[in-house]
Write a protein that binds this ligand. Sequence first.
Ligand SMILES: [Zn+2]
Length: 260
Amino acid sequence: MIKEHRLKISEGVKKNLPRTAFKKGRKHTEEFKENLSKRMSGRIVSKETRKKIGKRNKVIMKEKWKSGNISKATRDNLFKSGDNRIGKETQFEKGHMPWIKGKTHSKETRKIMSNVLSEQYKEGTRVPPMLGKKHSEETKETIRVKKIGSKLSIKTRKKLSRSLKGSKSYLWKGGITPISTLKRHNSDWKIWRESIFKRDNFTCQNKRCVYCKNIKGVMLHPHHKIPVAKDQSLMYEVSNGITYCADYHIKFGGLHKNIK
Ligand SMILES: [Zn+2]
């Protein structure tokens, strides 16, 4: 009988089955506990075994947590001992300094974390924190104020653009826009134009321009010094761009013909 029972337990451990031998409410007798402690005293558990035990315990606790099969006292105890990896809530006190602050996870760790998260989202064991909820007006205002004056880096803008481009866009109609138009509406173009305007201090570079008097605040156009028709590779080359006011660019330039 005992042998059979032991076999069952060892099989269960191997298969990582939840422990069922101990039903809730049942307790070891004092005698049994004493015996157990006698048997275990002086026994050195190898590091490997300890790791194994830890791993298994974590699995068990996670399962218990998921099924809500955990008493309030145990929950509190876990928090007290700092083991808040199992639960969803955390109990950091105000002013607690996160260990990761000022450090970064390695690339591999980040990859692992991302995989775990996306799996959890797919399985439905994790829900996006704001799903179905709305920020309060107060929070919205705080976010708005915080965002004022902050700018996205060029790298981020390119990333954002790529993530919403073409077939990923909700406006995608199967690639019907002519390439010439596309080239003037992508993030490369926008960044190219912005770089030129910035370099030229947002003023028309036509010396003593009769159209804009070289003041700020007029409609500006970026112009290719060497036309793209002549050299495709200079399309987004900042040194090949120059700022002109729209009037000079269109009226005098007659769409490029007279500008040199
Ligand atoms: Zn001008």
